[in-house]
Design a protein around this ligand. Structure first.
Ligand SMILES: [Zn+2]
Length: 221
């Protein structure tokens, strides 16, 4: 393991101090064995466990940057690696998350792919997410049989939806999703950005229906 010294300012004194870190020996971009160059680092942040800081490295081989986060425990440092977290859509209503956790998980993974610029994977993820949203909606809310819906093509499942706007929206997302999956693209003026806008509206419609059913279920007393 190679080490580097990181200098921190100390607000309580004129002089700062150095901490030793072990530098990563592989580049996460080009996967070659490297001695990375330290480009910069964050301040130390207090957390519920140990204080943390993050160091930015440059790969001398492929010239890409990457980061690594460290715990500071007394005057020692320990890498806790780089842990990417899922990107989330904060607008997703709680009813949608509760009723359709599989949709929410896949949709969040697709958004994470988007945040990493993995353009070839985003639309495929969106396409898969609505399959779970539509099929679980039909099974959980519309009480279709699990066996019937599970085996059905997504288009046939969408055709079971009675609300015309929800059905149309789901169909169009499905078409655009097929473009993201197939070799030849049919709707060249559209892409995953359109899919994302339509998915937000689709889960809003489904949320409206859940909210309506909740109100409808109130008995007169
Ligand atoms: Zn590299």
């Amino acid at each position: 393991m190679h080490k580097a010294e990181i200098y921190f300012n100390d607000s309580s004194s004129i002089n700062g101090y150095y901490l030793d870190i072990e530098t990563p020996n592989h580049c996460p971009h080009c996967h070659t064995k490297i001695f990375p160059v330290v480009i910069g680092h964050s301040d130390i942040t207090e957390t519920e466990t140990f204080p943390i800081f993050t160091v930015i490295f440059l790969c001398p081989s492929c010239k890409n940057h990457f980061v690594e986060t460290y715990n500071k425990i007394k005057d020692k440092t320990f890498s806790i690696g780089y842990k990417p977290s899922n990107t989330i859509d904060e607008e997703v209503p709680s009813k949608i998350k509760d009723f359709f956790p599989r949709f929410y998980n896949i949709y969040s993974q697709a958004l994470t792919a988007e945040s990493y610029g993995l353009e070839e994977l985003i639309g495929i993820g969106f396409r898969k997410s609505i399959e779970f949203l539509i099929k679980d909606f039909l099974i959980e809310i519309k009480k279709f049989s699990v066996d019937e819906i599970s085996e059905m093509s997504l288009q046939n499942a969408i055709n079971k939806i009675d609300d015309i706007k929800t059905k149309t929206l789901a169909t169009k997302i499905y078409w655009l999703g097929n473009d993201e999956t197939h070799y030849q693209k049919k709707h060249e003026d559209r892409n995953y950005t359109d899919m994302k806008i339509f998915i937000k509206l689709l889960y809003s419609y489904i949320n409206s229906e859940l909210t309506y059913l909740d109100a409808e279920s109130i008995e007169k007393k």
